[in-house]
Design a binder for this molecule. Structure first.
Ligand code: BG6
Length: 451
């Protein structure tokens, strides 16, 4: 459903073209396709008008009879968040929720702009749907390697015993993008990197790394453990603390691979005097027994040199270097989880340099999942929509997770709002403001280059 009028034929033609463009398997214009396409219907709908929802209801009942569907209904809303509430009411008033089967609501981010607006949104939706019927999408949770974090941790005897502040020096999460804001300037200029990526994807990945093992693999047990991490995040209470622990930046003109790249302020639908951050890096602490004192460094930005999402777990150094003596530091062991576009893990260990007597060199034991022929990881959305259809809610964010993430992020946004223009600049195509390197250097750390 959408506002603009379109015929069924046009809609199915779009569907056909999208499959050719985006799917792993192509469609062929034959009888099989025609019969498949009959399952898709388009309806032009004014979402503020309940009449349309009554029509939708009649149409839905007819389709359910035609295809012998038992009245299970999944509503997927990719809309401006302000509309979630009225759509939910109208679904109810239009009779769409009175069916013999289940009803589920899948909603896209952004889930609000801050804690206050998220609460309002949530209250509106909750007047119509129960919490267990609401599936809030964070597509990072649908990524194969993000889901694999749990397995790597909880199914390997050589990681879990070391997974704490006694053995881990710091953890780094990088989510870098080469793109600018593309055609989403209007939305992005209002949101910025902290709200667009920080409140959701980055904090969600952090919870997967830091959570305690759940006692059972049930959705609520896993989500209980995740929310405990969010609640244990040390809040930045003052703007000085924000200044010390969070760096924000905006890209200015630059170039990458021989291409001139415009400044953020020159992008389409962006305010030419915008102070919105297109990059942020932060040092976070999870104040519990396991993680006391271990910095979690996170960074994300648009127009960085490579598109990658990587998590680096840096282990503490050896107490002594018996090979080269105390003056020479051995490289620390690293566990690197590559989330995308490459999927895999590698462990960096020190080993003897072949042919030498006491020379040590780091080498990588590498498992590249995306390089393996025959492994075809489902796309994040593919998996999440399938999960929602089968009622599996583990990899969707529960309300208390969303609320805790907002209350953490709000403190940063509030401090920034006091000095809106106080962001650093970085040339498009570079690794972001120098201040982010300095923040790590202050703790004796540095960003590990992404692989
Ligand atoms: C979205 C953000 O949630 O995630 C975008 O709104 C961002 O700004 C995108 O580009 C990144 O997702 P992925 O899967 O391409 O890393």
């Amino acid at each position: 459903m959408a506002r603009r009028p379109r015929s069924q034929e046009e809609f199915r033609e779009d569907l056909f073209q999208s499959i050719q463009e985006f799917c792993r398997y192509k469609a062929e214009d034959n009888e099989e396709w025609k019969s498949f396409a009959q399952h898709f219907e388009y309806k032009s709908l004014d979402i503020n008008n309940v009449e349309g929802f009554h029509e939708l209801h009649d149409q839905t009942v007819q389709l359910e009879e035609k295809f012998h569907i038992p009245g299970n209904r999944l509503f997927y809303l990719a809309l401006a968040p302000e509309l979630f509430g009225s759509v939910s009411y109208n679904l109810q008033k239009g009779g769409m929720l009175d069916s013999a089967g289940w009803n589920r609501l899948v909603i896209e981010k952004p889930f609000g702009y801050d804690l206050e607006s998220a609460k309002t949104l949530n209250e509106q939706i909750r007047e119509v749907f129960k919490e267990e019927e609401i599936y809030r999408i964070d597509h990072y949770l649908g990524k194969e390697m993000v889901q694999n974090i749990e397995v790597i941790r909880f199914a390997n005897a050589f990681f879990e015993p070391l997974w704490n502040n006694k053995h881990i020096s710091n953890i780094q999460i990088t989510l870098s993008e080469t793109v600018g804001v593309e055609e989403r300037g209007g939305y992005y200029d209002h949101a910025g990197a902290l709200r667009d990526m920080g409140q959701n994807h980055m904090l969600q990945m952090l919870t997967m790394i830091a959570m305690e093992p759940p006692s059972r693999l049930l959705p609520e047990d896993i989500r209980d453990e995740k929310v405990k991490v969010l609640r244990s995040l040390r809040p930045y209470a003052t703007s000085e603390e924000v200044e010390k622990n969070v760096v924000r930046g905006q890209y200015v003109k630059g170039n990458a691979r021989g291409r001139e790249l415009p400044a953020y302020r020159e992008e389409d639908k962006v305010n030419p005097e915008s102070n919105t951050e297109t990059y942020f890096a932060a040092r976070l602490f999870v104040d519990n027994f396991r993680w006391a004192g271990v910095p979690f460094y996170i960074r994300t930005g648009k127009r960085l040199p490579v598109k990658t999402t990587e998590i680096v777990v840096e282990f503490q150094g050896m107490p002594n270097n018996v090979y080269l003596g105390q003056k020479h530091k051995l490289e620390p062991n690293l566990l690197v989880i590559r989330v995308n576009p490459m999927e895999g893990i590698y462990v960096k260990i020190n080993a003897k340099k072949p042919g030498s007597e006491s020379e040590i060199e780091p080498l990588a034991m590498d498992f590249c999942q995306s390089c393996m022929v025959g492994i075809n990881s489902p796309e994040a959305y593919e998996r999440l929509l399938h999960d929602a259809a089968r009622g599996e809610s583990t990899y969707f964010t529960r309300w208390d997770e969303v609320a805790s993430a907002w209350s953490f992020v709000d403190k940063i946004a509030e401090a920034w709002a006091q000095n809106p223009a106080d962001h650093a600049e970085y040339p498009a195509g570079s690794w972001g403001p120098k201040k982010a390197d300095e923040m790590l250097a202050a703790g004796g750390h540095h960003w590990w280059p992404v692989s």
